[in-house]
Design a protein. Sequence first.
Length: 267
Amino acid sequence: MTDDNRQLAELAIDIAREAGELARRRRAEGVSIAATKSAIADIVTEADREVEALIRARLAAERPDDGFVGEESEAEVGRSGTTWIVDPIDGTVNYAYGIPSYAVSIAAVAGEPDPQSWVALAGVVFSPANGELFHAVKGVGAWLGSDRLAVNAELSPAGALLATGFGYDPATHAGDLARVARVMPLARDLRRIGSAALDLAFVASGRLDGYFERGLKPWDHAAGALLVEEAGGVVGGLPGARADNAMIIASGPALFDRLQAAAAGPE
Ligand code: IPD
Ligand code: CA
């Protein structure tokens, strides 16, 4: 099983590198917005679509029985019990503006392609702008390149370095800001990097102490959440729930309960 999961990770690494190189090249050539999606601020570029098509075609060629769920195309149910959860460019607004914080996120999960019940087997988050590649294999560990990752176990008396994000729908912003106000007493500072996949990779690597956000889609967190768990961290949702669209919280074990309690609460 572990060997199978390693093979899934190796394939995801290979595809993420090729996909990331395409994204980087298209960015260098200049990016135009192709359409808006759920809200006027929620954009897709031609590169998002092209990169997803590349990832999908490679997976279909190498793993024809697996399912596929991606941000930019129709989901397909598989026959093998394994589904690929793909965000071709996480951080599309950064990408469109030329901010280098964007990532290719690819995960393989077992079971229903639903974050409430899936078991993540392998995950890759690749940052094309600087070549950093994070990967995790269930039950084996998480790495940045060849360096083993570990979340921050201890909390600084100065407080936690946290990150969050804000959804595209303006109607949710007041609730997001109220949550930030509740969480700030735990924080030494707060980052808004603009890519949930990188936020989670940074928690896994100890560059952040914790991360929380409302409104993520499965492809935003599938790979990153496995990175955090395999680096010894905790990922959850609102108290008693798994991470889902309502909330994701990720941190080391020492911070998790306090961060979760502060993030929960009235919208
Ligand atoms: C978004 C990014 C952002 C987060 C949003 C996501 P996209 O993904 O991860 O950091 O705040 O909730 O939708 O649209 O760039 O793929
Ligand atoms: Ca995304």
